[in-house]
Write a new protein. Structure first.
Length: 275
């Protein structure tokens, strides 16, 4: 299992600084927030994209995901959403990232939200697959549980679409990890984790000091990897755990450079105990 961290909560940090931090902390990859206020976003030109590729290649760190904000279940016209997805997929392709993150973002009408998300994701999956990328629907907002996301992804039924399992949201939605994995296993790209105080208080805590069932998640992923016999050229299923850092929204949490070594030690300990 390889470890990554997300830059979602540290806006505007230059790519070389992110890569240096990953290297010093012993992480294998990063999830980059793709927003116009960030160094990496769909508005980058060819030369800028090539520079990012060189920076990652020289560092040995993997760009795991381009994390965008298209809302697949939201109301409105499909065209602007799919245009946004296409731009993110092309960026991920140019940078060598295997995944693009999208949100559900739907409203209270479950049936309408499901139908909209299925329709858009089918088109997005075809675009992504043509460029060797997968679009991952994060368990979030209107589709925060494994049951919600699987209901959509089962209907989409395309290898270009998958799931990003945010453990906090599925657990707060009442699902235990084993049930979430049963539902999302066929679709999983990677798993995003953090720790929080309670179901009601989502203030991030240092790893191991909160209530999220991270040990159970590590055991499930380890067990699944051990049980699966891959075909030639295939991986062993989910290979990445990504730590989500949210200082942007919770200014009281520790600075990332001082937190990451502890995150790495904790996650590696959980995986070792599960082996």
């Amino acid at each position: 299992m390889r470890l990554a961290f997300s830059t979602l909560g540290i806006p505007g940090v230059p790519v070389p600084e992110v890569l240096s931090l990953a290297d010093r902390s012993g992480f294998h990859g990063v999830e980059l927030r793709a927003h116009p206020e960030e160094p990496v976003h769909p508005g980058l030109g060819r030369d800028e994209r090539q520079q990012v590729v060189r920076q990652f290649a020289e560092s040995g760190i993997r760009l795991l995901c381009v994390a965008g904000y298209p809302r697949m279940a939201d109301s409105g016209d499909d065209a602007p959403v799919l245009d946004e997805v296409r731009a993110l997929v092309e960026l991920a392709h140019d940078l060598g990232a295997p995944y693009v993150r999208v949100f559900p973002g739907g409203g209270p009408d479950r049936a309408t939200g499901d139908a909209t998300a299925v329709r858009r994701l089918r088109q997005a999956a075809a675009i992504a697959a043509g460029l060797g990328v997968r679009v991952l629907l994060e368990t979030h907002d209107s589709h925060s549980t494994g049951a919600d996301a699987a209901r959509v992804l089962d209907a989409v039924d395309h290898p270009g679409a998958g799931a990003l399992w945010d453990v906090m949201h599925t657990w707060r939605g009442g699902e235990e990890p084993e049930e979430t994995y049963r539902l999302l296993g066929p679709h999983l790209g990677y798993v995003q984790v953090k720790d929080i105080a309670s179901r009601q208080d989502t203030t991030p805590l240092p790893p191991g000091e909160g209530v999220l069932p991270l040990a159970d998640v590590a055991e499930l992923l380890t067990r699944a990897a051990d049980a699966r016999t891959p075909a030639p050229g295939e991986g062993t299923g989910v290979e990445w755990l990504c730590w989500e850092y949210e200082k942007r929204w919770y200014p009281q949490v520790s600075e990332l450079p001082e937190l990451l070594p502890r995150v790495r030690e904790h996650l590696l300990g959980l995986l070792a105990d599960a082996a």
